[in-house]
Write a new protein. Sequence first.
Length: 83
Amino acid sequence: MNPFEMVVAIVAITAIASVVRARYGVVRRHKGEDFMQRGPDPEAERLRAEVKALKDRVAVLERLATDSSTALEREFDRLRDRD
């Protein structure tokens, strides 16, 4: 094995090791290595729920905007009566 092949092999091994480490959540600290906990993120869940609510609101607004004028008036009347 010539020196060039050896350098390429070392770089490839290092790259594969870092990909495997990232895949399994191993993080390098000052001393040793720790595993990161990959559980459900409450912030991500809250944001997903907020996006879903916003999508529902946009769907209602699109429906109101594309209906005929009489249907739009009926929808506004229905919403006024609800309050």
